[in-house]
Design a protein around this ligand. Structure first.
Ligand code: HEM
Length: 437
């Protein structure tokens, strides 16, 4: 009975709210493109890429799409996109400076090297994405709660499972998102979250435990949790965030940070090996700089590795870990004389833009030289790739490696949880180098 009633309610809602919107873009004279209904992020990434290509062929700078119940805008022209104001989520920054972040990350990276040394003793290949995700999770736990908490709770595998779960697409999360988008007051009243509820509960519990643990010790901490506990509003006054708000921020921190960094390291590793000239130039840079710094990886040494920087940014160009950005306009504006309402959702297909032959010569070719010396990342973004840089510098310094033939190339990529991951395993065999740290 409940199921029948729910189905009737959903059909009524669709009839009442969704159906009339189906002619929204045509009514405004906006070119529209069809995109299939879906229940997975995967199709959206590929379908949006196809629409982007069609738009380019037909010379459209902007078009309206119908994505489930949303009328969204897709741009191919970045200048038109720059003209519209968008709503930014409030995001709490990690307040540590680069050196402090470096120290925490180096500690986790050393564990990664020990794990690879262990694996190199046998003749087996390892699933590198699995190892890099483990490293990335451990590092994010240290950044969020401190090293000590990691030792106390042995959280690693649970956090990995829950980060994947939190961002996963399911019928339940789609229905919840529908309610949040269409009945925001109701969703707010019942504190609905678009995240998976099991993951939500897990993060609430973990945050509560971490705060309790913190109360029992007098150590002054500089981690992400502490920056949330000390959060200030725009006028510099301290704001008391609720446990729920803190848990949401921590969950977003893990969902956004774990897989993104792990896949960046994996994509870079495979592309370096497939391009032997890149590998030898990069090894040359890492060796020369580490020798200069007495074989120790200091923060300053890492800063001097500008080719490594270009390698990682080229890998981020070819495989952007977050392939689609979703935003909302914060003001009404005109595009090609068509009025776009305030609050209109828009999507930016980073993957399609970064593989666009008009923007990059031979976009499917991995060529870090095209970015060398062109350091356009601000400090905050530099911090985000710090863990990929540290891991790759240490791997190249300590090991030679082979990608096993059973790893297919070009890599098949998909975004089942919104993060662009290789769909098949990347098998790597590591052999220690005599120059090891
Ligand atoms: C290669 C690594 C990374 C890439 C390419 C990357 C990329 C991105 C992108 C494109 C966004 C969306 C920004 C927007 O909507 O305007 C984002 C959001 C975010 N990232 Fe990263 N990121 C990386 C690593 C990290 C790391 C290491 C952390 C944490 C230490 C982190 C924390 C976050 C957070 C908290 C958000 C906001 C999520 C939200 O609004 O719900 N990211 N990242």
């Amino acid at each position: 009975m409940i199921i029948i009633l729910s189905v009737i309610i959903v059909l009524l809602l669709i009839y009442q709210y969704v159906w009339p919107k189906k002619k929204y873009w045509e009514g405004r004279g906006m070119p529209t493109y069809k995109i299939k209904m879906f229940l997975s992020m995967t199709n959206v990434v590929h379908e949006m890429g196809d629409v982007y290509k069609k738009m380019k062929v037909e010379g459209q700078r902007v078009a309206g799409l119908y994505l489930t119940w949303e009328n969204i805008l897709l741009f191919t022209d970045l200048r038109s996109l720059e003209n519209c104001a968008i709503v930014q989520n409030k995001r709490y920054e990690d307040k540590r400076n680069a050196q402090q972040l470096f120290d925490v990350i180096l500690n986790s990276a050393t564990n990664l090297i020990v794990a690879l040394q262990e694996s190199s003793k046998s003749d087996k290949q390892i699933d590198f994405c699995d190892v890099s995700t483990r490293y990335s999770t451990e590092m994010m736990i240290s950044l969020a709660f401190g090293n000590e908490f990691l030792k106390v709770t042995k959280l690693c595998s649970k956090i990995r499972e829950m980060s994947l779960r939190a961002g996963a697409f399911s019928l339940k999360t789609v229905v919840k998102q529908f309610v949040i988008d269409w009945f925001p007051q109701f969703a707010k009243r019942f504190r609905m979250s678009a995240y998976d509820s099991t993951a939500h509960k897990f993060y609430m519990k973990t945050v509560q435990e971490a705060i309790e643990y913190r109360k029992q010790s007098t150590t002054l901490r500089h981690d992400f949790l502490q920056s949330l506990l000390d959060a200030e509003n725009d006028d510099g006054e301290k704001t008391q965030m609720t446990i729920e708000e803190i848990a949401e921020q921590v969950m977003s921190f893990f969902v956004s940070g774990v897989e993104t960094s792990a896949v960046t390291i994996s994509y870079s590793l495979i592309e370096i090996k497939r391009n032997l000239n890149v590998e030898s130039k990069l090894r040359g840079e890492v060796c020369t700089i580490l020798e200069k710094y007495n074989y120790t990886l200091h923060y300053n040494a890492l800063e001097e590795m500008i080719y490594l920087d270009a390698v990682i940014r080229e890998s981020l160009r070819m495989y952007p870990p977050i392939p689609i950005l979703r935003k909302k306009t914060s003001e009404a504006f005109l595009v090609d004389n068509i009025e776009i309402e305030k609050g209109t959702p828009l999507a930016v297909s980073i993957l399609a833009i970064q593989r666009d032959a008009e923007k990059y010569i031979e976009p499917d070719v991995f060529n870090p030289d095209r970015l060398e010396g062109n350091i356009d990342l601000d400090i905050e973004r530099q911090h985000l790739i710090l863990q990929s840089k540290i891991a790759l510098a240490l791997i190249l310094w300590n090991f030679d490696y082979e990608i096993d033939d059973k790893t297919k190339y070009p890599l098949k990529i998909d975004a089942p949880n919104g993060i662009l991951i290789p769909t098949e395993k990347i098998w790597v065999k590591f052999s220690p180098l005599i120059t090891s740290l």
